[in-house]
Design a protein around this ligand. Structure first.
Ligand code: NI
Length: 246
């Protein structure tokens, strides 16, 4: 009886070893992926896209999803109603929902009340589309007053790398403009516009290439959090080490 049991155990041992090894490999892979997504401390960049959503935004979201990357979208309230599914998908892909006013006026030329209603109506449209208001604001033309920031009560996000894509309208030139920026580094915020076909074409090359260079592409809020910055009703241009600890 004892001998018999022993033999059964011996026969099963290769199987047990295989199961054990597989479990170890799978858990190591899981821990690696989890750590990469939640505790990465390597260099990070925030890609930001303004003036959308538009007809090319879905193509951009495909690329972000394929590359497991995130971006921040500063949207115009007047465009949100036409693309509710796209806005829902941004949220599902853990991209950040940003407010870029209703119809792109220079907010400093409006009364404080009118400027605030530009932001409020856009948030209402975002809530109708995806159930969430914006977490961050980008003022059109980067034009704002400190009174507006205070009244809006949200972080206003500028940029450190301007792709000039709205002017260049050429995927190759956009790409060179961004990659050729000597300040592009850990903590940078890149400005692009997903309403232009050429910009989305550029992003489709830029996203995998930045990842290949070792950058993690995160939202503005994730970037701030990773740099131990608690976003407040203030203006932010970058999250570089030299800006945070001058
Ligand atoms: Ni804009």
């Amino acid at each position: 009886m004892r001998k018999h049991r022993k033999r059964t155990y011996r026969k099963r041992r290769p199987l047990l070893t295989a199961v054990f090894t597989a479990a170890m490999i799978l858990s190591a892979m899981y821990i690696h992926t989890y750590a990469k997504e939640h505790y990465a401390t390597g260099p990070m960049i925030a890609l930001t896209f303004d003036d959308g959503p538009g007809p090319y935004t879905e193509e951009l979201l495909d690329c972000l999803e394929e590359n497991r990357a995130q971006a921040t979208f500063f949207m115009l309230g007047q465009n949100v109603g036409a693309y509710p599914e796209t806005v829902k998908r941004m949220k599902k892909l853990k991209c950040e929902i940003g407010n870029h006013s209703w119809n792109h006026p220079d907010l400093t030329t409006l009364s404080l009340e009118d400027a605030l209603s530009q932001l409020r109506e856009t948030d209402d449209a975002l809530i109708r589309a995806c159930g969430s208001a914006s977490t961050v604001v980008r003022a059109p033309y980067g034009s704002y007053s400190s009174a507006l920031i205070e009244a809006a009560g949200k972080p206003f996000i500028m940029w450190s790398t301007d792709s000039l894509d709205w002017k260049l309208r050429d995927a190759e030139a956009d790409y060179q403009q961004i990659m050729g920026d000597s300040t592009l580094s850990d903590g940078s915020i890149i400005l692009m516009h997903d309403i232009h076909k050429e910009s989305v074409e550029c992003a489709k090359r830029l996203i995998p290439d930045l990842i290949a260079k070792g950058y993690r592409l995160v939202t503005v809020s994730e970037l701030a959090q990773a740099k131990n910055v608690t976003l407040q009703a203030a203006s932010y241009t970058d999250f570089w080490e030299r800006s945070l600890n001058p």
